[in-house]
Design a protein around this ligand. Structure first.
Ligand SMILES: [Zn+2]
Length: 474
């Protein structure tokens, strides 16, 4: 069944219209559009010849599911992906990592290749393990376990990737550490290799759709935010890394310029990010809060900071437990659903409302309300496949991280419990769409991450499947 907004326009598009998407994970509009645009000439040129604006991410505004929602135009609930890790059973086992097999929906490159379009895909999150498609090449993402794994489609493409890049780098391992020089070096190296590979494909292959995602923008922000933001308590003016993020963005802009030089006038370029980023104000130790408020009981309270685990929880006396991460997830212990459930099913909504009300009133240690937002999955998604959290929480509207460990003896912390990290995600990323000099610069509002796929299909004159949730950006 086909329908929504199919277009027959042929006037401004040639028969061989191409689309190139450059993705910068976590690039925030406040830095790219507002603060540094005059130092980013190539991005500035795209903006001055196109449409741009902030791009609203999914809830949660997390790499997984955000990119998956972008390339399928499907909400996280329908995808059944609520973060990097999902609950796989209603028992008390740890969460399990998601991968490309978690996703049933067709990606934009699979759809385009069914229509005879040749696609090149590099580094789009949630593409490991690589799934075959009709026509094109794919290099998987930062979630690839290691380079011994099969990380390309087709299989033998891997040799070409290694040869061209002199050793491809998937991700900056250990980007939450104090090894700042090493993180900086690896981030630049990784980015250089990825853009080199992209240029190699663009130059040597006949293609219709190209998409790459660079993770370095996300990694460098998490590792270096405190060094450049004067609002951060650890910031010291004139420190060695003060310009690390800025220098990196200038470098990325340069690489984008080299990509643009390889594109012809029949190519529409999209520059997008999956979410934004902002300073992390601190962490809410959610399990400490749940203990203090009578929802969670431990078998014994640890004398040092300890990750929460099923053996540490006294399940017979526990109603709710939480997970750490950029955003918070709460899981309820329901009678008949969990093995040792305590909340009668008829009380479920009452407890959810009670917690939503209490958490939305959360304050910092000085007594100031932090503007926490609590979401019920069934209210924000059209359906909830797999096992959604019972509540999703943006502490301080994402200015505060969720800390899952216990033993802090307080509900507030300044530090992340999984390693140094001074940035958190933000709800809006960037969107730029440029078609040479055919548009005037125009700022748009109300753009959503699920609009990307319908927009590309419209540009390529392919009918938009009925189930897609986004709108065409023209
Ligand atoms: Zn991301």
């Amino acid at each position: 069944m086909l329908g929504k907004d199919a277009t027959n326009k042929v006037d401004m598009h040639s028969l061989k219209h191409k689309v190139a998407i450059i993705g910068l994970d976590s690039a925030p509009p406040e830095l790219v559009f507002d603060r540094w645009i005059d130092s980013l000439p190539n991005i500035k040129r795209l903006i001055s010849s196109g449409i741009y604006g902030t791009l609203e991410s999914t809830i949660p505004a997390i790499t997984c599911p955000a990119w998956a929602s972008m390339v399928t135009s499907t909400n996280p609930g329908k995808l059944g992906i609520y973060g990097f890790r999902n609950r796989s059973h209603y028992n008390y086992d740890s969460l399990e990592f998601v991968d490309s097999n978690t996703m049933n929906e067709e990606t934009i490159w699979c759809l385009l290749s069914r229509h005879g379009k040749k696609c090149i895909v590099i580094g789009v999150p949630l593409t490991y393990p690589p799934k075959p498609f009709n026509n094109g090449y794919l290099v998987t993402c930062f979630l690839t376990p290691n380079k011994n794994c099969q990380y390309t489609y087709p299989d033998n493409l891997k040799h070409e990737v290694e040869r061209v890049t002199g050793g491809y780098i998937m991700d900056v391992s250990n980007f939450r550490s104090d090894e700042k020089d090493q993180i900086l070096h690896t981030t630049f190296e990784m980015t250089k290799k990825r853009f080199k590979l992209a240029r190699h494909f663009l130059r040597n292959e006949d293609w219709d759709f190209f998409m790459m995602v660079e993770m370095g923008t996300d990694r460098i922000q998490h590792a270096f935010w405190e060094f450049f933001d004067p609002r951060h308590p650890s910031y010291i003016a004139g420190n060695k890394y003060e310009h690390a993020i800025f220098d990196y963005y200038r470098y990325v802009d340069d690489e984008i310029g080299r990509i643009l030089m390889q594109l012809d006038d029949n190519t529409t370029v999209l520059l997008v990010s999956d979410h934004g980023a902002k300073m992390m104000e601190g962490g809410i130790c959610i399990n400490e809060w749940l203990i203090n408020n009578g929802y969670l009981k431990l078998t014994h309270y640890p004398d040092k900071i300890t990750q929460i685990s099923k053996d540490l929880i006294d399940w017979e006396k526990t109603m709710v437990w939480g997970e750490g991460g950029y955003y918070g997830r709460l899981f309820f212990n329901i009678k008949g659903r969990e093995p040792r459930g305590t909340i009668p099913p008829q009380q479920y909504e009452i407890v959810r409302n009670e917690l939503k009300f209490a958490l939305e009133g959360l304050r910092d240690k000085h007594g100031t309300k932090i503007n926490t937002k609590v979401f019920k999955p069934n209210e924000i998604y059209s359906e909830c496949r797999n096992i959604p959290p019972d509540l999703l929480v943006y502490y301080g509207n994402l200015s505060w991280r969720s800390v899952g460990s216990v033993g802090h003896a307080t509900i507030w912390t300044d530090k992340n419990d999984t390693g140094p990290d001074s940035a958190n995600h933000d709800q809006h990323g960037i969107f730029v769409m440029s078609n040479g000099n055919k548009h005037r610069s125009e700022k748009r509002s109300n753009l959503h991450i699920m609009d990307i796929t319908p927009t590309v299909l419209d540009l390529m004159q392919i009918q938009i499947p009925w189930y897609m949730e986004g709108d065409v950006i023209r």
